[in-house]
Design a protein around this ligand. Sequence first.
Ligand code: NAD
Length: 489
Amino acid sequence: MSVEPRTSVVWEYAPAPEATDHLRLAERYGLFIDGAFCEPAEGRYVPTVNPATETPIAEVAWAGPADVARAIEVARSAAPRWAALPDRERAKYLFRIARLIQERARELAVVETLDGGKPLRESRDVDIPLAAAHFFHYAGWADKLRYGVVAREVAPLGVVGQIVPWNFPLLMAAWKLAPALACGNTAILKPADTTPLTALLLAEICQEAELPAGVVAILPGDGLLGATLVRGVGGSCVDKIAFTGSTAVGREIQTALAGRDVALTLELGGKSANIVFEDAALDQAVEGIVNGIFFNQGHVCCAGSRLLIQESVLDEVIAKLWRRMGLLRVGDPLDKNTDVGAINSAEQLQRIETLVAAGEAEGAVRRSVACSLPQRGYWFAPTLFTDVSPAHRIATEEIFGPVVSVLSFRTQAEAIEKANNSRYGLAAGIWTDKGAKAFEVASALRAGVVWQNTYNHFDPTAAFGGYKESGFGREGGSAGLRPYLRVVR
Ligand code: NAD
């Protein structure tokens, strides 16, 4: 049967850039300590750069050891009053912060996209609403802590140090701050080197919400600053470190804290398996595969970067996936139609290129979508690797970019074995029409989160965290309270 094309018109998207004239960005941001923006002790300011254009956006103060010492001292003296507030009063502050995030959502989304390179569609529809949802969720928990840690009397830990990466800057800040504050702790947050801006806007929001001075400090800086916060300065140190970032740095932090009375949770890297069974709705699965690996340019700890496809549908799924990848719109992150934005930094681009070159050198077959990439900025075309062996670096190491490695399997047992054959254990996806099979496979997987017939779905009520080298501790839901509390009796 021949099928006549319904129209000869080729539809193209018109440019749909988001406006930036509503932004109220300052040229320079100080450190946020004791409820106010202040000069860094060493006077160091570093420009934060738009990775899509390589142009500086604003100058940001980088903190040094003296600033860390001061922030700890201030947070320590604010802690008793904050912890002693009636629970429902603490809840009101979190609720206000959530509302203010909603009120400033458009501005926050644009700044997140400018500073980090992610498509506006994602910062507008995912990052910012979820950040607000986290504050709302933990506002609800603040006066119910005894139900969160069942039938036990609990108390806050004191001062917590929180270190976050660059892939979801505001959302990671919300994941950290909301439960810590709800539990009555004071917090010092270190945003990532390349994406400090939305955390600094969150500092403004804390001021607008009239959060008591000293309850939250925001100290931008690099890894050296993170290490200083972990080790403490002179005699003063924090009571807990909550870290989200790479496994290598997580390991360093664990070593630095060994033998010390500082609590620790680590949310680290991943190489998550997305498993497609032959009985799955394949078109739906392809959408899930695309969302699993190309969402946020693959800069996602739980990205479905190892795609396991049942052999009987391997060719069909790859053909559908490749066709779908050709429709992805790569380019200006501020354009509302963009699917894949800029890579976050030159350094991250280099890391992706190195691993992709290793994939080719080891004999896997590479296909990258042909698309015209902007002249300036950091870009990487969506890429698919087939003929991948489980021992290849692209099948074992986290690429943290828009690159998916395809492996095949014949039986359910082989799928489980291959999925678990990883030093990581953060997340997994299962695509099948059979509910019983999904439960059976999910319970055999060593992964903190398992999605069925969906991928990369986040919800503040659900616990998130890893096994093995993906870290320990959980964030989200009632499980996210426990790491910020000690049991009194
Ligand atoms: P990274 O480990 O290089 O940096 C993370 C943060 O730690 C940054 O703020 C950085 O300045 C700081 N840091 C660097 N060296 C430090 C040190 N020695 N001591 C203390 N702090 C230090 O990671 P990244 O490249 O920014 O982020 C990507 C990584 O984060 C990926 O591996 C990704 O999987 C992981 N990640 C995990 C989750 C999760 O929930 N499991 C979420 C997002 C990202």
